[in-house]
Design a protein. Sequence first.
Length: 145
Amino acid sequence: MLNTDKKRPLTNDLERAEKLRKVIDLLHEANKSVPVIVEGKKDAVALKQLGLSGEMIILHRGKGLYEFCEDIAGRFAKVILLMDWDTRGERLYKSISESLVGHWEEFASLREILKILCRKDINDIEGIPKLLSRLEGNEHTRQGG
């Protein structure tokens, strides 16, 4: 089916948006009691835009990866790892997940589902709000670039 009305989203886009919303709702519920670890400030801002209201922990914050993971393991029983799924993000995800065994596995599927739903369009957390808006047909074209 060809979409000749560029402002009206395709059915597949709406289905993807609905699935994304469901994952975001699950993240929102989990984040009420479990902190989310992200790579940078823009990722944290994007998750707040999507309605997450719990604790966000930005990776590193002046610490080495080992020290960061030791601190997290000592402070939290569970965490949600939401690194980007670009090359750097995947490397960080692997390193952190190996250092925090037993703390993150319960929520691993949420990142994997996000990755699957977003991968063909974006490879980072910060791009999710704009992607969701586009999939729902709400993205406005910018004036003057």
